[in-house]
Design a protein around this ligand. Structure first.
Ligand code: GLN
Length: 483
């Protein structure tokens, strides 16, 4: 067994017992990256030299606890002081932030070691990582397939053993969908649980930072570090953060599990439905009470999301004008032309599509018909969930309607948007959701989504951990043919 194959908690224990050094750990991951990342293409920036320096510092101090001395990756939307943060857009190609995002700072303070920045769909818009301005990332389970998106680099890196854990962001599914496609654990916390300060904004009322890991315990460990109120983010909520590891009891007797009828209908691949139904039986075997429920407004979530998210994006992305950040068109004769030429050359097609859609939905005369209507739908979706959570502790369903598709296969934007049909409602309601591996269809991983009450990530982790401990899907690793 090589060090790069171990989980965060296994590495932590070895370091603590002084059986390995941080330098050995970091070296093992970098040699893995060198061996396979020309195939997977998860990283857009590597920080090898700094990482080795940090590892030596850790080894000198000999204080190993939590993530100390252990490498990780960050989606390239999370600002890192002195390290390029591009959002995988041409417009930010050379942007080097002068500060760390709160989440990046927290990991640094715990002496975790940044291995590098991970590929994503430009400005987190997409479901396949094909919208990256640089190159697409590949799915470690089948290099002809996409890893999902927008945090595809984060999911692929964790699945391929390039880092033990990574952070991503999720606005409509961008953590859970790639986690599902790549067979790893992906948690989107409650809106307000984790600080967004220093994370480049896509749709501010939906964006949330979360964790990718190889098992549920690792997810809990990282959540313990990144969660909590941040005075720099007015939408982060000032309530106590429990010790998430304490929820990993392995006991879910009497837990009330709902499965929504709407999440098991046509449009969701039959084999995926069967796989998740099997998982529901497992929950029953473990002593949970499982019942069908209805979330009647589910079908309106996607259209409402594709008005709200672009509307917010059109406002957030107005700041990229060639004056303040990154790329600028120097050929223009005057300032107005400079703005428009910079944006025309700096943004990719999908980003432009969203800016146009959002600007239209917010324009006077259309605001009431589109944006306001979408906000009302959002409220109805929230209400559906509130009703179910009166009687149930968690809601379980598939994470995605299909398994990972081939690169180039979903070239129609509307087809690509359908990927989010089961994840978007959770963002609309601000709830926490986790995707964990629950089986395979034709050799490709299937993810099960567990949704919880606001700020009840603990119960999600409890349910996920019980399931994980009684199955072995999370232990199966992709074979990349270079071993
Ligand atoms: N795929 C969705 C979109 O394109 C969600 C993206 C996300 O969660 N960042 O908007």
């Amino acid at each position: 067994m090589e060090l790069y194959e171990l989980t965060l908690h296994e590495l932590k224990d070895l370091l603590k017992k002084k059986e390995v050094s941080s330098k050995e750990v970091v070296k093992s991951f970098f040699s893995r990256i060198k061996k396979i990342d020309n195939k997977v293409k998860a990283f857009v920036t590597l920080c090898e030299e700094e990482a080795l320096e940090k590892a030596c510092e850790c080894d000198q101090q000999q204080e190993y606890d939590g993530i100390a001395g252990i490498p990780y990756g960050l989606k390239d939307i999370i600002c890192t002081r002195g390290v390029k943060t591009t959002c995988c857009s041409k417009i930010l190609e050379n942007f080097i932030p002068p500060y760390d995002a709160t989440v990046a700072r927290k990991l640094k303070e715990k002496k975790g070691i940044l291995a590098g920045k991970l590929n994503m769909d430009e400005f987190a818009m997409g479901s396949s990582t094909e919208n990256s301005a640089f190159f697409p990332t590949r799915n470690p389970w089948d290099l002809e397939r996409v890893p999902g998106g927008s945090s595809g680099g984060s999911a692929a890196a964790v699945a391929a053993g390039e880092v033990p854990f990574a952070l991503g962001t999720d606005t409509g599914g961008s953590i859970r969908q790639p986690a599902s496609f790549c067979g790893v654990v992906g948690l989107k916390p409650t809106y307000g649980r984790v600080s967004r300060w220093g994370v480049v904004a896509f749709a501010s009322s939906l964006d949330q930072v979360g964790v990718f890991s190889r098992d549920v315990r690792d997810c809990a460990l990282v959540m313990n570090i990144v969660s909590g109120h941040d005075p720099m983010d007015s939408t982060s909520v000032d309530i106590e953060v429990p010790d998430y590891e304490s929820f990993l009891t392995g006991n879910i007797k009497g837990l009330k599990v709902a499965y929504p009828r709407e999440y098991f209908q046509q449009g969701v691949d039959e084999k995926i439905r069967e796989t998740v139904k099997k998982a529901l039986h497992k929950f029953e075997d473990l002593g949970a009470v499982v019942e069908e429920v209805t979330l009647p407004h589910s079908e309106y979530a996607l259209p409402a999301y594709y008005l709200i998210a672009p509307a917010e994006a059109s406002a957030n992305l107005a700041r990229y004008d060639g004056v303040r950040y990154g790329f600028r068109d120097f050929e223009a004769d005057n300032v107005v032309q400079m703005f428009s030429k910079t944006r025309a050359a700096g943004f990719g097609d999908e980003v432009k599509r969203r800016i146009m859609l959002g600007t239209y939905a917010l324009s006077s005369g259309y605001y009431d018909a589109y944006y306001l209507k979408a906000l009302k739908v959002r409220r109805l979706i929230s209400r559906d969930f509130n009703e179910v959570f009166k009687d149930f502790d968690v809601i379980v369903g598939p994470t995605t309607p299909t398994t990972a598709f081939k690169l180039g296969e979903q070239s129609d934007p509307l087809q690509l948007y359908m990927n989010d049909i089961l994840t978007v409602p959770i963002n609309m309601a601000g709830l926490p959701g986790i995707s964990i591996p629950c089986g395979f269809v034709e050799g490709l991983p299937v993810g099960m989504q567990i949704i919880g009450r606001p700020f009840d990530e603990g119960t999600l982790l409890q349910a996920a951990y019980s399931y994980e401990q009684n199955t072995d899907y999370h232990t199966v690793k992709p074979v990349l043919g270079v071993e």
